[in-house]
Design a protein around this ligand. Sequence first.
Ligand code: SF4
Length: 172
Amino acid sequence: MNTPSRADDQDGQIGGVHIKYLHHCPRQLWLYARGYRPEQRSDLVAFGETVDETTFTRRRDIDLGEAKIDWVTTGAVVHETKSSRAPAPAHDAQVRHYCLLLERRGVSVRGGVVHYPLIRRTTDVTWNADARNQAEQSESDARMVIATRTAPDRLERPACRGCSHLDYCWGD
Ligand code: SF4
């Protein structure tokens, strides 16, 4: 088993994936920041990428370096596509983080939308002062989790279903 020992994200950049993992499981964020990324070869991730690539054809990724936004429409409205069938607070938090990153680059952000093509649903993500505070707090929380010397505790086992770190955390 590959035991992570240090944070790989030495530049301190917090991207959307960091925020998503923070809200799903701080331990997952801690592992990810140290380069432990089994999701790169996970079937679930491959499935997600396929959904992502085939759902919307007329769009352009926005690469901010630390984060890659699915696409931004006039306004600016940030769009994020999920292969999940269950909307989750972590997805909204990820979009808020993208709004924050865009705003810091001088973009006047209007809000965001999370797309769930498998269940034909979208959820709107509000962008206002309160959302900005939440995004800044999440960014700060992510930095704190990454900086801890030992891995945060595991979630309860049922909450780990589908996680690509099951082998590391539970020896599956
Ligand atoms: S297996 Fe569970 S505890 Fe481990 S990173 Fe995934 S969600 Fe967190």
